[in-house]
Design a protein around this ligand. Structure first.
Ligand SMILES: [Zn+2]
Ligand SMILES: [Zn+2]
Length: 366
C-alpha cells in the first residue's frame, strides 16, 4: 500500500505545483497560435500570398517547437545501470564501516572494474548515499527528482524534468525552435506592430493581439538567444551546465575541458553521427551515458584506446588501484582519430575550487 501521511501529501502537492511553469508555457503557446494564425494571418493580412507563406512557415515552426518541447518534458532521465549499484553485501559492509578510509576502501573495491575516471574534490570515489550507488562520470544526484541522473545538465522547471543524457539534444532543439518561432513571429509581425502605433490598423480586437504578440516574441527572443548561445558554447566544449560551474575532478586533478574531444566530436557526442537526425527530436546521441571518452585518463599501457604519444604528456596518477576500463564499443571510435587531441590542454594539479550556485540542484560533494 502506498504510504500516506502529511509528508506524502506535501510531496504530491509539490509535484502538482511543479507543473505550473509547463502549463504557463502551454497556455502562452496556445494564445500565440490564436493571435498569430487567426488574428494576424487570417483577419489582418490582406495579401493572400503573404498569408499562405506565413501560415505554412508558422505551422512548420510551431510543429517542431511543440515536438521538441514534448520530447524534453516526457523523456525520462536515465539512471545509472545495475553495475553501479552496490551489492547487498557491499551495502552491509559500508554500513558497518565508519566514514573515512575504511569506507573508501569498500567503495574502491566495488569501483575497481567500473569505467569511472572522475573523483570528488577530495579525491574520493563519488558515491550517492541516497541511491546507494557509485556515481558514473558526469552523473549527479538531482534533489528535485531524488535520483541520480546520467550526464545531468540541470533540473529545468520550464519542462518539469531533469535535462541530462537522455534528453539534452531535445532540450537544445527546444531552445533552437522556440527561438526561431519567436524570431519569425517578431519579424513578420513588425510591420503590423508599426501600423498599430501609426493608427494604420482597423479598430478591432486583432490590433491588441498584434501588439502583445510582438512584445512577447521580442522579449522571449532576447532571453532565449542568450540561453541558446550559452548551450551552444557548452556543447562545443563538451561541458554540462553543472560542469561549467564546477569543473570535473580527475585522478590527476581538476580539468575544465576534461571531456572535450574537439569541436566536431563534441557536437557528434550530442547529435550523433547521422546528419539526417540532427534537426529532429529523436534520440541520436552517442554512448550509453555511463562512461565518456576522455583523453586525460587513458594512461594505462593496457588501454587499447590510448592514442600514441599521450602517455608521455600525463603524470601517472597516485591511485593505481583503479585500472581504467576500456571505453565501451559505442564510444571508443570517437577516440580513434588523432586529430581530436589539439583542444585538450591538461592542467595537472592546477585544480580550482568549484563555484557554487544556489540555483543548481546538484548535491554537494566533498
Ligand atoms: Zn543519487
Ligand atoms: Zn531533476
Amino acid at each position: 500500500m502506498a504510504p500516506s501521511g502529511p509528508g506524502s501529501v506535501r510531496r504530491r502537492c509539490r509535484r502538482v505545483l511543479y507543473w505550473i511553469p509547463v502549463v504557463f508555457i502551454s497556455l502562452l503557446l496556445g494564445w500565440s497560435y490564436y493571435a498569430y494564425a487567426i488574428q494576424l494571418c487570417i483577419v489582418s493580412m490582406e495579401n493572400v500570398g503573404e498569408q499562405v507563406v506565413c501560415l505554412i512557415a508558422y505551422h512548420l515552426l510551431f510543429a517542431m517547437f511543440v515536438w521538441s518541447y514534448w520530447k524534453t518534458i516526457f523523456t525520462l532521465p536515465m539512471n545509472p545501470s545495475k553495475e553501479f549499484h552496490l551489492s547487498y553485501a557491499e551495502k552491509e559492509l559500508l554500513e558497518r564501516e565508519p566514514r573515512g578510509e575504511a569506507h573508501q576502501e569498500v567503495l574502491r573495491r566495488a569501483a575497481k572494474d567500473l569505467p569511472i575516471y572522475t573523483r570528488t574534490m577530495s579525491g574520493a570515489i563519488r558515491y550517492c548515499d541516497r541511491c546507494q550507488l557509485i556515481k558514473p562520470d558526469r552523473c549527479h544526484h538531482c534533489s528535485v527528482c531524488d535520483k541520480c541522473i546520467l550526464k545531468m545538465d540541470h533540473h529545468c522547471p520550464w519542462v518539469n524534468n531533469c535535462v541530462g543524457f537522455s534528453n539534452y539534444k531535445f532540450f537544445l532543439l527546444f531552445l533552437a525552435y522556440s527561438l526561431l518561432y519567436c524570431l519569425f513571429i517578431a519579424a513578420t509581425d513588425l510591420q503590423y506592430f508599426i501600423k498599430f502605433w501609426t493608427n494604420g490598423l482597423p479598430d478591432t480586437q486583432a490590433k491588441f493581439h498584434i501588439m502583445f504578440l510582438f512584445f512577447a516574441a521580442a522579449m522571449f527572443s532576447v532571453s532565449l538567444s542568450s540561453l541558446f548561445g550559452y548551450h551552444c558554447w557548452l556543447v562545443s566544449k563538451n561541458k554540462s551546465t553543472l560542469e561549467a560551474f564546477r569543473s570535473p575532478v580527475f585522478r590527476h586533478g581538476t580539468d575544465k575541458n576534461g571531456f572535450s574531444l574537439g569541436f566536431s566530436k563534441n557536437m557528434r557526442q550530442v547529435f550523433g553521427d547521422e546528419k539526417k537526425y540532427w534537426l529532429l527530436p529523436v534520440f541520436s546521441s552517442l554512448g550509453d551515458g555511463c562512461s565518456f571518452p576522455t583523453c586525460l585518463v587513458n594512461q594505462d599501457p593496457e588501454q587499447p584506446s590510448t592514442p600514441a604519444g599521450m602517455n608521455s604528456t600525463l603524470k601517472t596518477p597516485e591511485n593505481h588501484q583503479f585500472p581504467a576500463k576500456p571505453l565501451r564499443e559505442s564510444q571508443s571510435h570517437l577516440l580513434t582519430d588523432s586529430q581530436s587531441w589539439t583542444e585538450n590542454t591538461a592542467n595537472p594539479g592546477k585544480g580550482k575550487a568549484g563555484m557554487s550556485n544556489p540555483a543548481l540542484t546538484m548535491e554537494n560533494e566533498t
